[in-house]
Ligand binder design. Structure first.
Ligand SMILES: NC(=O)c1ccc[n+]([C@@H]2O[C@H](COP(=O)([O-])OP(=O)(O)OC[C@H]3O[C@@H](n4cnc5c(N)ncnc54)[C@H](OP(=O)(O)O)[C@@H]3O)[C@@H](O)[C@H]2O)c1
Length: 337
């Protein structure tokens, strides 16, 4: 018998981490094609911080509760949902609502927990793996032998980019800001690291790619970094602009885009329709889940907070020194620590 009420995290008003407060609300009902998951852990992502600050509103129809990914157990099936059985351990990309003890998710956005992975490590996979699978693989055509330059490589998105590059036989080159982060990126199997505070990024990229430049660049910095990327990218390369942590405006030489026959690709995952997210899930299941199931990918470094400690988790997330992933653990999830 499921409870009727659950603990969730509410944003009292947009602002700092302190606006995140525990609140008891009704357990959601799974709609048609949805499944209800009892959440063990919810991954914390940078877009959650943006939403808390009032700078990233949920798309129409999505839960206003934070939380874009969870690991947990299937406890109820909505009408027509048939892919998963009650009691199955799963991970899911949510449209919101993950910072709670239960969440309803379209079944196409749910994937089985990889073999040998705990529910809490699994909770830290979907948001970044869906983002990188769609942009780097499905849209930018990642393939074996490519040099992939990855900014923020010790962060959530960067770690996923290293792992997925390896799955496809590409060569991930990790850009980080400290020796500690470099060691972490290497532990995820980065082929090489560049410390942007201590080394000349362009010189190192040329050295590491025999002067060709990077075939794909995963950038979350934006701003004037774009000018550097136009230098660092190889002929016919693709620059993926997934965030603009360093600012949105850039003065660039557009002639380089022409002369190098470049593509610049932007994306935001969350507002996309459920059919698109389901297609990404199918691609992950076919191509990346075998590597996870065979233990070929290293789980991210995890830092745990209880669900009630969401404010402290956000404080940690906002520290530049933070690396790996942060997971909020529910009372149910405590036994999986
Ligand atoms: N487009 C999409 O669909 C999508 C999906 C998910 C996330 N995102 C966005 O991607 C970005 C990264 O997400 P994440 O989850 O990987 O975050 P994260 O785990 O906090 O990592 C961010 C990394 O960015 C680097 N960085 C570079 N410039 C920075 C700056 N000005 N301030 C802070 N960090 C900076 C840092 O690495 P160093 O200190 O080593 O440089 C940091 O480790 C966020 O802006 C997020 O909103 C976009």
């Amino acid at each position: 018998m499921l409870p009727t009420e659950m603990l969730s995290i509410d944003i009292t008003t947009p602002g700092g981490p302190e606006v995140l407060r525990p609140r008891t609300i009704a357990v959601p009902q799974p709609g048609p094609g949805e499944i209800l998951i009892r959440v063990a852990g919810a991954g914390v992502n940078s877009p959650d911080v943006q939403q808390r600050r009032g700078r990233y509103d949920p798309p129409p129809g999505a839960s206003p509760i934070l939380g874009l990914e969870v690991g947990g157990v299937v406890v109820a099936l909505g009408e027509g949902a048939s892919r998963y059985a009650l009691g199955e351990q799963v991970v899911a990309l949510c449209n919101g609502g993950g910072y709670a003890e239960f969440v309803a998710v379209p079944e196409g956005q749910v994937l089985p927990l990889p073999t040998g992975w705990g529910l809490l490590a699994g909770a830290a996979l979907p948001e970044t793996f869906f983002t990188i699978q769609q942009t780097l693989v499905l849209r930018a055509g990642l393939s074996a032998g490519m040099n992939v330059l990855i900014y923020g490589a010790a962060g959530g998105l960067g770690g996923a980019a290293i792992s997925i590059s390896r799955v496809y036989g590409a060569r991930p080159i990790a850009i980080v800001s400290s020796p500690e982060k470099a060691a972490y990126a290497e532990s995820l199997h980065a082929a090489a690291t560049i410390d942007h505070r201590r080394e000349n990024v362009l010189e190192r990229v040329r050295e590491l790619t025999d002067g060709r430049g990077a075939d794909r660049i995963v950038d979350i910095v934006g701003g004037q970094n774009l000018e550097q990327n136009l230098e660092a990218v190889a002929l016919e390369g693709v620059i993926l602009q997934l965030a603009t942590l360093g600012g949105g405006l850039a003065e660039i030489n557009a002639g380089k885009i022409v002369a190098k026959r470049l593509s610049i690709l932007g994306s935001t995952l969350r507002p996309q329709p459920r059919e698109v997210k389901a297609a990404i899930a199918d691609s992950l299941l076919a191509k990346v889940w075998p590597a996870l199931n065979e233990g070929r990918l290293v789980p991210p470094r995890l830092k745990y907070f209880s669900l009630e400690e969401a404010a402290a988790a956000h404080e940690e997330m906002e520290k530049r020194e933070h690396f790996g992933k942060i997971v909020l653990v529910t009372r149910f999830g405590e036994s999986f620590r």
